[in-house]
Write a protein that binds this ligand. Structure first.
Ligand code: NAD
Length: 478
């Protein structure tokens, strides 16, 4: 762990195991940080924010983050080994897990350097005479960052680097299943950058109470969190006691509306691929496919072929695009939801069990469920597995209603030959993001986030950077 500039073990020396999901074997250990360790890390971050120039010295922050990007670049292959080992993500599809986040460090350094931290708000009449108002954008303060396991290195970067560049100090609490992506980031910060002691801290832990302690600590000004909606609710409740600012990126259950004029041979193989890469462990995955009834069988056949032939296997083997689920618990959850679908009348078109040639490792066959009732559990709960549910619809209005029949509102997708019509359907989806005809909404320069129970606030784009700043309006004699 990294606390107050020192790389250290947990108080009392506790450790917990790290398991490689492809072999089910323990491959090493991580420090099992305690609530006391978290309290020391928060204390260090508070002191660094209150007593150093970090919050005010943009050029120094830029220097440190470019140093960090260069250092991460040097350790890129080691970081890739860590991510593949912890997550079971295939090497072949690790670009978004490793290479892109390193580029994003550079992006945030440049963005934060060019950002206008002072804006002129004009002259206003006041009882005491004309007031010149200026708006100063200042860092939120001490930011607690809590991350999940599905894209750990990327999310550690996405949650902490814009926060640091905006002038905050940070305590990162990585997920239990993926502690090394966080601890290695801490090691690189400590040993290869000039980031001052206390500005960036990493506390790994096997206990949820340690994350809970971070979200409840009165010395923390803001919590940035990515994870499940259930944990998001707990964090929001804990943050309420001290009215902390929260940025929450939570679960999703996105729908893909395939319109009756869509090119199925283009959109559906891509939909199948998106369901399988990352083993379906993606929050923005459009996992509910809505097919027009008159093209239902045609669509199912294309999805079946694509999923039945998807390259599943050992994540280290080049060409493999779907690895195991991250843990036995997650795999059981996936199988439990598939079974609940079958119990409520869904039909397994392909998949539904463990691949025969992969008895070891937490693998799940790419699974296609047809005739899925939009109100059933499998259509309502996030699966986080390589599973697509398919439901037929008769009218565009019905498709939109089914898509919006969810507590979530993270993303969605529309496919159709007439782009204007597809866009009008996209506009009716109650989500923060929509992809039309496979052109992704997701990228560092575009705001990303959810509505309804998928979250609060936005990452990425200028909006995402501003989340880590507070505006201060000052009035003065004109
Ligand atoms: P999780 O909610 O179980 O855990 C996330 C983090 O929260 C972990 O670090 C965990 O230790 C910590 N935590 C657990 N209980 C806590 C508490 N009471 N207080 C504070 N912290 C606590 O999520 P997960 O299983 O690691 O990740 C999967 C979930 O993440 C899925 O629901 C997925 O949709 C979501 N996700 C969302 C996005 C997005 O951008 N919206 C991106 C990736 C993942």
């Amino acid at each position: 762990m990294l606390i107050d500039g020192e790389l250290q073990v947990a108080a009392g020396g506790g450790r917990f195991d790290v398991v490689h999901p492809a072999t089910e074997k323990v491959v090493g250990q991580a420090a099992d940080g305690t609530v006391g360790d978290m309290e020391r890390a928060v204390g260090a971050a508070r002191r660094a924010f209150d007593t150093t120039d970090w919050a005010r010295d943009v050029e120094f922050r830029y220097h440190c983050l470019i140093q960090l990007a260069d250092a991460l670049e040097r350790h890129k292959e080691q970081l890739r080994r860590i991510v593949v080992t912890e997550v079971g993500c295939p090497v072949s599809v690790s670009r978004s897990q490793v290479d892109e986040p390193i580029d994003e460090v550079r992006h945030w350094a440049e963005h934060g350097r060019a950002f206008e931290y002072v804006a002129d708000n004009g002259v206003h009449d006041t009882p005491m005479g004309p007031a010149l108002r200026k708006i100063f954008y200042e860092p939120a303060g001490v930011v607690g960052a809590i991350t999940p396991w599905n894209v750990p290195f990327y999310l550690n970067i996405a949650e902490t680097v814009p926060a640091l560049m905006a002038g905050n100090t940070v305590v990162l609490k990585p997920a239990q299943l993926t502690p090394w992506s966080g601890s290695e980031l801490g090691r690189i910060v400590a040993e290869e950058t000039d980031i001052p002691a206390g500005v960036f801290n990493v506390v790994t832990s096997n206990a949820n109470e340690v994350g809970a302690a971070l979200s409840a600590d009165p010395r923390v000004d803001m919590i940035t969190f990515t994870g499940s909606t259930a944990t998001g609710r707990a964090i929001l409740a804990a943050a309420a006691a001290t009215v902390k600012k929260t940025l929450l990126e939570l679960g999703g259950k996105s729908a893909h509306i395939v319109l009756d004029d869509a090119d199925l041979s283009a959109s559906l193989p891509l939909a199948a691929m998106m369901a399988c890469v990352m083993s379906g462990q993606s929050c923005i995955l459009p996992s509910r496919i809505l097919l027009p009834r008159k093209r239902y069988d045609e669509g199912l056949a294309i999805l079946e072929t694509s999923m039945a032939n998807f390259p599943v296997g050992d994540p280290w083997t080049p060409g493999v695009m779907q690895g195991p689920q991250i843990s036995q618990t997650q795999r059981e959850k996936v199988f439990g939801l598939i079974q609940s679908g079958i119990d409520s009348g869904a039909r397994v078109v392909t998949g539904g069990s463990v691949p025969e040639n992969l008895p070891v490792g937490y693998y799940v066959q790419p699974t296609l469920l047809a005739d899925v009732d939009p109100n059933s559990r499998v259509a309502q709960e996030e699966i986080f597995g390589p599973v697509l549910t398919v439901t037929p619809y008769d009218t565009e209005d019905e498709a939109v209603a089914i898509a919006n029949n969810s507590i979530y509102g993270l993303s969605g997708e529309v496919s159709g030959a007439d782009v204007d019509r597809a866009l009008s359907v996209a506009r009716r989806m109650r989500t923060g993001n929509v992809t039309v005809n496979g052109r992704s909404h997701f990228g560092i320069r575009s705001p990303f986030g959810g509505i309804k129970q998928s979250g609060l606030g936005r990452r990425n784009g200028d909006e995402g950077f501003k989340e880590y700043l507070e505006s201060k309006t000052v009035g003065m004699p004109a």
